[in-house]
Ligand binder design. Structure first.
Ligand SMILES: [Zn+2]
Length: 72
């Protein structure tokens, strides 16, 4: 692997972990549902929050020569 900008081979690799939440609806909506269902809505929200979590691991290369960064 060489830098696409300066062709240096002094590259550092950094693991980037991004936690993405696709959203389980607005808080107000789920609080309202919880009131209407006597708390059952909260269990649904908890379940949805768990299953909606998405973790993406990306490796980022950083050139030690010119500081250019790019995803690989
Ligand atoms: Zn470079």
């Amino acid at each position: 692997m060489i830098c696409p900008k300066c062709s240096s081979d002094k590259i550092s690799y950094v693991a980037n972990t991004i936690s993405k939440n696709r959203g389980a609806g607005s808080w107000l909506f789920w609080i309202l549902v919880s009131f209407l269902t006597c708390g059952i809505g909260l269990i649904f929200w908890f379940f949805m929050a768990l299953t909606n979590k998405k973790t993406i691991t990306k490796t980022r290369a950083i050139c030690n020569n010119c500081n250019h960064q790019w995803d690989i």
